[in-house]
Design a protein around this ligand. Sequence first.
Ligand code: HEM
Ligand SMILES: *[C@@H]1O[C@H](CO)[C@@H](O)[C@H](O)[C@H]1NC(C)=O
Ligand SMILES: *[C@@H]1O[C@H](CO)[C@@H](O)[C@H](O)[C@H]1NC(C)=O
Ligand SMILES: *[C@@H]1O[C@H](CO)[C@@H](O)[C@H](O)[C@H]1NC(C)=O
Ligand SMILES: *[C@@H]1O[C@H](CO)[C@@H](O)[C@H](O)[C@H]1NC(C)=O
Ligand SMILES: *[C@@H]1O[C@H](CO)[C@@H](O)[C@H](O)[C@H]1NC(C)=O
Ligand SMILES: *[C@@H]1O[C@H](CO)[C@@H](O)[C@H](O)[C@H]1NC(C)=O
Length: 392
Amino acid sequence: MPAKILIKVLVLAAPLLQLASVVSGFPAHASLAGLSGRDYHYVVSQLEAKVPAPPPGPLDFNGTKLVDDPEHPWMPLQPGDVRGPCPGLNTLASHGVSYLPRNGVATPVQMIQAVQEGFNMENFLARFTTYSAMLLDGNLVTDLLSIGAKTSLTGRDPPLPALAGGMHNHGTFEGDASLTRGDAFFGDNHSFNETLFEQFKDFSNRFGNGFYNLTVAAELRFHRIQQGIATNPQFSIAGFRHLTAYAEVTFPANLFVDGRREGCMKGQLDMLSAERFFRDMRFPPGFFRPAKPTATEGIDAVLAAHPVQPGANDGTSVDSFTVDESLGSLLDYCGFYTQFVNTTIRGLYPNPTGVLRKNLDMNLQFFFDSLSPGSNCTQVFPYGQPGEGGMA
Ligand code: HEM
Ligand SMILES: *[C@@H]1O[C@H](CO)[C@@H](O)[C@H](O)[C@H]1NC(C)=O
Ligand SMILES: *[C@@H]1O[C@H](CO)[C@@H](O)[C@H](O)[C@H]1NC(C)=O
Ligand SMILES: *[C@@H]1O[C@H](CO)[C@@H](O)[C@H](O)[C@H]1NC(C)=O
Ligand SMILES: *[C@@H]1O[C@H](CO)[C@@H](O)[C@H](O)[C@H]1NC(C)=O
Ligand SMILES: *[C@@H]1O[C@H](CO)[C@@H](O)[C@H](O)[C@H]1NC(C)=O
Ligand SMILES: *[C@@H]1O[C@H](CO)[C@@H](O)[C@H](O)[C@H]1NC(C)=O
């Protein structure tokens, strides 16, 4: 709310010169959630609206291949480049524009193409992940999404919360109990954390004989949840986060392991490669992507090893974890879908109009089309059927 009030003050009362710089500084990738009425119309009038293109299909050639190639040279960060909580996307951006733009701002289509081309991520998962991120954190008018953190409207520090674009927005896509990132409660929620990476290596030594694999994933996933419950009064793994928390721990074993590894070394990630991805945002030298389209294979075993239900601490005290199934979970996929659309997204955009409404409907359709094949969820239209004329 303070952000909204501040915008109002700026829009209504600021000297023209200052106003112009604020508006020209509005990031084209920042989410419009939280803006309404004249604020919304004012900002949108300054943005270049785009009709979102439909998502790309699966890769034509879907086998392994060299992806750390001369066409995709890694480069260190330049001023203005943003990186965020996802080591996969960070890596693709640092290898440049034929994967992702180096500044870290991309369209959903670019993002889907990049994760398929660079990591052989399976098409449904690539679309599901991208459109959920777009709906939560993207700018639905400009069709742009930042992979990163820290976007500031005016260069002020700290950035205005409702306008800060990117996937670090806590309670949206970014969440608690990450393997190598701290919880938002402790301040920094997106940077690589050396202490947590030491724990990652320790678990890989203890349960994976020096490698990260799905056995390690199960143990470390459980341990990070226990750590969160015991130290973070605001800890939460409800709804979408329950899904992503389990999905993400499979990625290092499924997607960061060189696609030429077969036999007993398949799914075993060595620590030097892990460090390249997580810390340096860089492919290991000569890296080959996985040998076939890959998703969250093994997630059921990871959950089954130490089943934890969705839920949260009470907000004020540690060790107060209570099960909360109201937003669905990995265990209730269609419940997750329904609440994500009908509660979370509608909460972000209670009353969309014009181009925002149109693009929201399109992104919601792309999202529904990306749900796991066979999940058979009933489609939800939070703003009425498209074409019904804007009824909520
Ligand atoms: C398809 C588009 C993708 C989007 C929108 C996305 C987004 C995200 C976000 C927002 C997080 C942070 C969640 C959190 O832990 O708080 C995350 C974590 C993660 N992502 Fe991605 N991601 C994508 C694809 C990928 C790919 C292709 C890989 C691997 C090749 C990957 C690997 C990971 C891993 C390992 C984590 C967990 C990091 C940790 O726990 O420290 N992601 N992703
Ligand atoms: C990979 O490509 C081959 C050949 O086009 C196709 O038969 C196969 O179904 C594809 N695999 C996946 C998982 O899409
Ligand atoms: C996440 O981290 C960024 C950068 O440190 C910070 O600006 C933002 O406020 C944090 N989000 C939350 C909810 O703490
Ligand atoms: C990294 O995480 C540890 C453990 O949660 C925490 O004590 C430390 O302050 C974090 N370091 C930074 C630089 O945020
Ligand atoms: C992980 O590594 C350990 C130690 O080598 C091994 O016992 C376990 O079976 C491996 N798990 C998987 C899923 O590869
Ligand atoms: C969506 O939310 C509205 C308003 O809260 C409610 O009337 C409707 O039944 C919900 N739809 C579903 C499918 O849950
Ligand atoms: C999908 O759901 C519909 C309605 O909920 C149901 O009638 C149908 O039998 C389901 N189909 C499958 C394959 O589960």
